[in-house]
Design a binder for this molecule. Structure first.
Ligand code: HEM
Length: 486
């Protein structure tokens, strides 16, 4: 094999990569040393803005295989045949901390999946939790500010975390989930993934269904206690990354089975919970899980920056047969992600290999911008309609339309018969074993007892009381005990 020659960015051979050029042996350095200037300047530009949330993550390639017929519910081509495989890329993440944070912390985990389908990329950008803290996107920046580092102290503050929750009773369900046993997964392999939002499927006949996605881990659920988490996070900040990387390198390919809950569109209006409220689940007794297929991860990225840091997932990357529901959070996210990508990666981020629709190459009249690498032949026109044979629209909407009525305005969610902020949080508490309940109470009290203002503590306690009187009483007692001993 011929020896590889080190070159500058313009391809010229580099004579010396150990010593800078200077004016004589002891003299100052020379401006003409192109290799030195280029090397230092390039180094200064290695970082790009980190994700404003979910900054820390790990990625892997794999495939999705259909195991069950769902053609009665969606006409998505990648789901149209049992046995069909579609290439995928997944990025797991923690949410609140910055790039340098630790993996084994109490925090939701991101579960962002890209399907490289023959009809374009389909992104399902979910979490390991079936619900979320808030239900209107207008609250998201405030929510995240309260959970990330304080602008003065530069660290996460229980005062801010719990103050926001004191004003957000709708978060009680997700808080109960997060403070419970599943709040610190042992690894990315040992947790479930959820689409969390409700999405719409449309079949070939034009019939609409609302669906919720559940990816159940085939490795089994494994979690860490708060004490185990603290110990592991202190010893190895990269514990999840190490686990995923090593498992796939060893050929122990993690997998998940995808199930969906399916609601015929006509049932949405009369369902006991508002089906578009992301702080609520649909109990399985109402809508049972139906198996769709399995996700297998079998290849690590070659380069973390190129493929994981530059990965861009957007909840509005849909394919025919799969579209959004009117969930307001989902609607807000349909702006936020591509906007974040344009800021973080630039307008041509969809041309990066990890993001490009490799099984259905993009063909449109979008042009130019920084780092444009996609352009057609010399005869392609950059406008449409045209008299040449450029790409044209299909006239086939991706999904069935929805009828709407009413006046524009700012509204809270329409309440269905069983809707309130607390019922499902109480149900989750009552579902737990008494050991689990004890750990949940201890975890909540551990945080809440650090809050400096009594009124903030009281408001939070009222939420747990409303979820279940026993739950509230136990948290109240545990908080009092901890505060007395502080
Ligand atoms: C209105 C509410 C929300 C807004 C405005 C929002 C916004 C964002 C933004 C700006 C990013 C960074 C994207 C990037 O730089 O590439 C992000 C990442 C992410 N968000 Fe959200 N988010 C919201 C709610 C949610 C919810 C409800 C979920 C889960 C169900 C979720 C899951 C994720 C995941 C998994 C990532 C990381 C994606 C990746 O790995 O690149 N977000 N979010």
């Amino acid at each position: 094999m011929s020896k590889r020659v080190l070159t500058t960015e313009s391809g010229a051979p580099v004579a010396d990569n150990q010593n800078s050029a200077s004016a004589g042996v002891g003299g100052p350095l020379l401006l003409q040393d192109q290799h030195l200037l280029e090397k230092l300047a390039r180094f200064n530009r290695e970082r790009i803005p980190e994700r404003v949330v979910h900054a820390r993550g790990s990625g892997a390639y794999g495939y999705f295989e259909v195991t069950d017929d769902v053609t009665g519910f969606t006409r998505a081509a990648f789901l149209n045949e049992v046995g069909k495989r579609t290439e995928t890329f997944i990025r797991f993440s923690t949410v609140a901390d910055n790039l340098g944070g630790a993996d084994a912390v109490r925090d939701p985990r991101g579960f962002a999946l890209k399907f490289y389908t023959e009809e374009g990329n389909y992104d399902l950008v979910g979490n390991n939790t079936p619900v979320f803290f808030i239900k209107d996107p207008i609250k998201f920046p405030d929510f995240i500010h309260s959970q990330k580092r304080d602008p003065f102290t530069g660290k996460q503050e229980p005062d801010n975390v719990w103050d926001f929750w004191a004003h957000s009773p709708e978060a009680t369900h997700q808080i109960t989930w997060l403070m419970g046993d599943r709040g610190i997964p042992a690894s990315y392999r040992h947790m479930n993934g959820y689409g969390s939002h409700t999405y719409q499927w449309t079949n070939a006949e034009g019939e609409a269904f609302f669906v919720k996605y559940h990816f159940k881990t085939n490795q089994g659920i494994r979690c860490l206690s708060s004490e185990q988490g603290a110990e592991i996070a202190g010893k190895d900040a990269n514990s999840h990354q190490t686990d995923l990387l090593q498992a796939i390198e060893r050929g122990v390919n993690p997998s998940w089975t995808l199930y969906v809950q399916i609601m015929p569109a006509a049932e949405a209006a009369g369902y006991r919970f508002n089906p578009f409220d992301v702080t609520k689940v649909w109990p399985h007794a109402d809508y049972p899980l139906q198996r769709v297929g399995r996700l297998v991860l079998d290849r690590n990225p070659d380069n973390v920056f190129a493929e994981v840091e530059q990965a861009a997932f957007s909840p509005n990357n849909f394919v025919p047969g799969i579209t959004a529901s009117p969930d307001k959070m989902l609607q807000g996210r349909m702006f936020a992600y591509a906007d974040a990508h344009r800021y973080r990666l630039g307008v041509n981020h969809t041309q990066l290999p990890v993001n490009a629709p490799k099984n259905a190459p993009a063909d449109n009249y979008g042009r130019d911008g920084f780092y444009a690498t996609r352009y057609g032949s010399r005869h392609d026109k950059n406008y449409e309609p045209n008299s040449y044979d450029g790409p044209t629209q299909t006239d086939a909407p991706l999904g069935a339309p929805r009828e709407v009525s009413g006046w524009t305005g700012t509204y809270t969610y329409a309440e269905h018969v069983k809707d309130d902020h607390f019922f499902q949080a109480g149900e989750l508490y009552r579902l737990m074993s008494s050991d689990e309940q004890a750990r949940l109470v201890a975890n909540i009290a551990g945080g809440l007892s650090q809050v400096s203002r009594d009124d903030v503590v009281e408001k939070n306690l009222a939420h747990f009381h409303a979820a279940d009187p026993e739950y509230g009483k136990r948290v109240e007692e545990a908080v009092r005990e901890l505060r007395e001993n502080q």
